[in-house]
Design a protein around this ligand. Structure first.
Ligand SMILES: C[S@@+](CC[C@H](N)C(=O)[O-])C[C@H]1O[C@@H](n2cnc3c(N)ncnc32)[C@H](O)[C@@H]1O
Length: 285
C-alpha cells in the first residue's frame, strides 16, 4: 500500500525559497512526495539528492521519480552520515522526520500496535538492534527512563515493571503482546491508544532518532550556501523540543519563521497524520 500524503507541502516549498537550477537535499525522501514538488520547482536543471535509511522506501521513491532520473541522486544511508558524502554546496535542505505511512501500514515492520507483527521497528533492516532486543534485555530502570525521556510517559515506572514481569514468563516478541502488557497498566480512555507513547519511545531508541537528527542538522547547516534554507518538520513534542533547542543560538543560521508553522485546518481535516506536524525554517547566514 502506498498512501503517504506529504504534509505542509506549500509551506515547505515556500520556506525553502526554491529557484530554477537549485541543488536540494531531501534528507528523508520517503516515497518522494515532497521531492517531486521540489524537482518541479527547480526545473529544468535543478538537482535533488535524496537520503533514505529504508531501502524499500528508497525503491518506492525511485519508481515515483522515474521521469527525473537525470536530476536525482538517491543515497541509501542515514542523513546523520551526510558529511561522509561528497555533496558540494547546497541551496536548500528538507527534513520530514519520523516514519512514513508505509511503515505503519505494513504489520511486518513492527511499528503498529494495532496489528500483530514482530517487534522490529528498524528503518534500516541491515541494523542489528530491534525493538524486541530492547524490550527483552534492557533493565527496568533503563526502560522506565526511555519511556519517560523520549515520550513523557507518566506511568513509565509501572509499565517497565509490568514488562519485566511479563518477559520473565514469556519473551515478548510481538507488537500486540507489548501493547497488551502496556494496557495492563494504562487503561484506554479517549482516542489515543495506551501504548502510543511506549511505541514512540521504542522507535526512537531503535533508530537513535535524536542522535541522527543532531548529526544531520549540524552537517546540513555546514553544507548550505549563504542564504540557503533548511526546513524541518517534526511530529511530536520530544522531537520538536529537540530540534528547537538545536537551532537556538546556532551562530551559523537565523530563523526565517519566529513561530512554528502548522498545517491549515483544511489540511488537518483531510490528512490526520498532519495534525501534529510543525515546521521550522532557518537560513544560513
Ligand atoms: C515522514 S517520511 C518522509 C516522507 C516524504 N517527505 C514524502 O513526501 O514521501 C520520513 C522518512 O524518513 C526516513 N528516515 C527516518 N530516519 C531517517 C534517517 N536518519 N536518515 C534517512 N532517512 C530516514 C523514513 O524511513 C521515512 O521513509
Amino acid at each position: 500500500m502506498n498512501n503517504h500524503i506529504p504534509v505542509l507541502m506549500n509551506e515547505v516549498i515556500e520556506g525553502l525559497s526554491l529557484h530554477s537550477g537549485a541543488t536540494v537535499i531531501d534528507a528523508t525522501i520517503g516515497l518522494g512526495g515532497h521531492a517531486e514538488m521540489i524537482l518541479a520547482r527547480t526545473s529544468p536543471s535543478g538537482k535533488l539528492i535524496g537520503f533514505e535509511r529504508d531501502d524499500r522506501n528508497l525503491d518506492l521513491a525511485k519508481d515515483h521519480l522515474s521521469s527525473y532520473t537525470d536530476r536525482v541522486t538517491l543515497i541509501n544511508d542515514s542523513f546523520g552520515n551526510m558529511a561522509e558524502h561528497d555533496l558540494g554546496k547546497i541551496d536548500a535542505i528538507l527534513f520530514d522526520l519520523g516514519f512514513s505511512s508505509v511503515h505503519v501500514d505494513d504489520a511486518s515492520r513492527g511499528f503498529s500496535f494495532q496489528q500483530e507483527g514482530p517487534l522490529d521497528m528498524r528503518y534500516d533492516q541491515k541494523q542489528e538492534l530491534t525493538a524486541e532486543a530492547i524490550i527483552n534485555s534492557w533493565t527496568k530502570d533503563e526502560l522506565a527512563d526511555l519511556f519517560f525521556q523520549y515520550a513523557d510517559e507518566t506511568r513509565s515506572r509501572q509499565i517497565a515493571e509490568e514488562i519485566v514481569k511479563a518477559r520473565k514468563a514469556n519473551r515478548i516478541t510481538t507488537t500486540t503482546q507489548l501493547a497488551e502488557t502496556v494496557e495492563n497498566v494504562v487503561k484506554r480512555s479517549g482516542k489515543t491508544h495506551p501504548a502510543t507513547k511506549v511505541f514512540q519511545a521504542l522507535r526512537m531508541a531503535v533508530n537513535d532518532e535524536l542522535g541522527e537528527i543532531k548529526k544531520g542538522v549540524d552537517s546540513g547547516i555546514n553544507l548550505l550556501k549563504p542564504g540557503g534554507r533548511m526546513a524541518i518538520i517534526t511530529f511530536h513534542s520530544t522531537e520538536d523540543a529537540f530540534v528547537k533547542y538545536q537551532l537556538k543560538d546556532d551562530p551559523r543560521i537565523e530563523l526565517v519563521n519566529k513561530k512554528v508553522i502548522k498545517p491549515t485546518y483544511e489540511e488537518m481535516r483531510s490528512n490526520s497524520r498532519s495534525r501534529s506536524a510543525k515546521l521550522r525554517v532557518v537560513a544560513k547566514i
